[in-house]
Each structure stands twice: as C-alpha cells, then as structure tokens.
Design a protein around this ligand. Sequence first.
Ligand code: GDP
Ligand code: IMO
Ligand code: MG
Length: 421
Amino acid sequence: MVDVILGLQWGDEGKGKIVDWFAKDYDVIARFQGGPNAGHTLYVQNKKIVLHQIPSGVFHSNTTNLIGNGVVLDPVILKKECDTVQSFGVDLKKNLFISERTHLILPTHRALDKAAEISKGNQKIGSTLKGIGPAYMDKTGRNGLRVGDLLDKNFTTSYIKLRLKHQKLLDNYSFTEDISAWEEEFFEAIEFLRGLNIVNGEYFINEKLKQGKKVLAEGAQGSMLDIDFGTFPFVTSSNTISAAVCNGLGVAPQQIRDVIGITKAYCTRVGSGPFPTELHDETGEELRKTGNEFGATTGRPRRCGWIDLVALRYACMINGVTSLVMTKADVLDNFTGLKLCVAYRINGNETTEIPFRMEKFNIEPVYKDFSGWNTNISAAKGYKELPVQMKSYIEFINQYTGVEIDFISNGPEREQIVKVD
Ligand code: GDP
Ligand code: IMO
Ligand code: MG
C-alpha cells in the first residue's frame, strides 16, 4: 500500500515537516520526482534542516528512504546533504537507497539552465538554476546518464560525449562561464555516490509492498507547478501530481491508497508566473514577514497572497486528494480580516475553472470575506482549543473543495500539529 503526500499550490506548503511527522507510521519514504530544486524544511533536535533530495523520513531510524527513478539527482548536492544527515548519527548505509534508473544532473545541465534563463530575459521562469529542466530534457531526449551508469567502466567516456553535446548548446547561448570547478566537485561527488546503496528501485519497492510494508511517497514542488497541469510555461519540468508516483517509482496505480494534499492557510509562489491572489500591499508584506516566506533553496522572497480555492479545488481534482493538511495556520493569527478566493473574474465573467494560459488574462479574484481569529494558536494541541472563527474558515474550505482538512499545522516545530476531530 502506498500513500502520497504532496503540495497543492506552488510549492513550499510544508511538505518536509508533514512527511517527517507522518514518517513514523511508514516503513519506506520515497521521493518520486523533482530534484534539488526542492527545499524541504524540518526540525530535528531543535535544529532546522533543509533537505533537497533525500526523503524527509531519513531522521527516523526505522524508515527506509528511497530516491526513485523519477527524480533527477545532483551528486554534489547529495554529498553535502549526506554529510549533514550523517552528522546527526543517521546510518545512510542502512536507510538510504537510490534507484539505478535515476537521472544525473551534470554541471553542464546547471550551466544550460542558467544560459536558458538569461536568454529568456523578462520572460524567465525564475528557475532555481539547479539544472532541472535540462536534465529532464536529456531524459526525454534519450541522452541522459543515470545513477546505474556510474558503475559502468565507460562512464567517463559517456560523460565526455554528453558534455561535448552540451558545449555546442552553451556556445549557441554564448555562455562563457568557467565551470571547471563544478566539474571537479562533480567527479569527487560521484565517487561518493558509487559507495551508496544503488538498487533496482522498482524491484526494491515492489518487494517491500509484497512483504506488506507501508510506503509514503513524498512529492516535491506543487500541483500548480506540474509540467502538464500547472501554469505552463511557468512550471517545473516534472509531473508533480499523484499520477507521477507510479512512473516515478515503478508501482502500479492500484497500490495507491490515500493522497494527502498540503495547502498553506494562505498562498505563496517563488519565481515568475501567474498568481491571481498575489498581494502587492502591506498585507502581502505582513504574510511574508510573519510566515518567514523566503525560499528554502534560493533564499528568494516568496510572493504572498490569500488562499486560492479555485486552484485548490483543481489540484484536489487532478490528484484525487483524499485528505487535506492545512499548514501555517498560525501565520494568520494576527489578521483581523481574511479572504478566500472563490472565483476568477475574467473580462467581466466569473469562472471557477483554471483557464488555459492563465498569464494571458487579467484575472480579478472574487473573494469571500472572513473575520480573523486574533488568537495565538501556536500552543494548541487539540481541535477543541482552536478558535471558532478558524473552524468556520476550515469548514468553508472543506465544503468548497469537497475534501476534509484532517490536520492543521500551527507552527514549524515537529509537534505543532493538531488533528481535526
Ligand atoms: P516544503 O518545500 O513544502 O517542504 O516547504 P518549505 O520547507 O520550503 O517551506 C515551509 C516553511 O514553513 C519552512 O520554513 C517550515 O519550517 C515552515 N513551516 C511548516 N509548517 C509551518 C507551520 O505550520 N507554521 C509556521 N509558522 N511555519 C511552518
Ligand atoms: P519544494 O519541493 C517552490 C519553482 C521555481 C520556478 C519554477 C521552475 O521546496 O516545494 P526549476 O528549478 O524547477 O526549473 O524552477 O518552479 N520551484 C519551486 N518553487 N518550491 C519548490 O520546491 C520549487 N521547485 C521549483 O521557483 O518558478
Ligand atoms: Mg520548499
């Protein structure tokens, strides 16, 4: 049986914290897509940790963590992450496994990412510049190198061949930055990677499932950044939705049970692209300040706004969400009034559907107003302790999306989570 946890907005919904919290009930935690563009924050021994590629279950000694074939992996970033995780006494030989089919991010992928973004000028995507797009392009273009290839004696020859191909593309972009230091790091890191547990991911996970083990698939990014269903072209280069669990791990659809979708109590986005409820005023600034909304991977300030229920209901539909978790509810503690977007007004007409090429329209959000709770909820342990205004906010979201919020996160710490009963 496989349960899925994924983000329903534009990323950074708090997946790291929630996966870490749920992880104790699972045997295997697996990443199925994305790469080091992800930044998943969790707290261990009161220390803040940001994971980029290692699944967020890694700090539970009884879980097995798998980096699935759907991920694109940067060995340099992985090595650094492994050093951090090991400094907490985690035995990676025992609990981290990597699929041999996982594609590698090469230094030239990062260079190509940068060159492509520069060439787009003010149409840039706002990529994290981790080489994600170019690595997935080499996967679908059938050129990429995979983790299993590291064990082949001809790896360096294959690397040079691909690097030459990339150089031609870089020359086309007139990209002249010296990346030899990146390559040096890369070759050091692949030595390290060769020493980790490289497995056939699909047999590995299906064997676990056959033994009755419970698997939790951890999404990266968010549904509105999905390559097909997100705000294309301002998206990431992978499918981020629940369907991607099957091809990102090699598990059959009938193995999937619960799809737990995470939404913030408001909304954020980092990078370019449409964001109908974005606030450019002091309320947006207040959300950013109170929510500490700065990118976990790039440090960029996140764009902030009210919760968008049109987008949320769409994400629930595409993913088949069975349960919602609402994070960062405490960030709204001091707001006297709250708004939820219930429709888009486009050219004078109201719609509750996501339009094709959202960025082409001037979308005016239609809001439902709610009064704030003006109570500090960060110490609440049970649903009974939560203010009545918050309960009606939650009830409204449940009704609009047709899915129930089952947990409310009321602070960044591991134990700050309230079960709705
Ligand atoms: P992810 O990419 O979905 O894992 O999310 P990020 O880690 O990028 O961003 C979420 C941020 O919010 C992190 O700094 C978390 O520590 C923090 N966070 C998570 N849940 C809560 C919450 O309920 N309240 C507050 N105040 N912060 C939270
Ligand atoms: P987590 O897993 C938020 C955004 C980038 C950019 C676009 C494409 O932490 O939620 P890419 O580097 O993939 O080419 O960037 O997607 N983006 C994210 N935004 N959280 C993430 O991951 C993101 N990963 C990519 O800002 O707009
Ligand atoms: Mg993040």
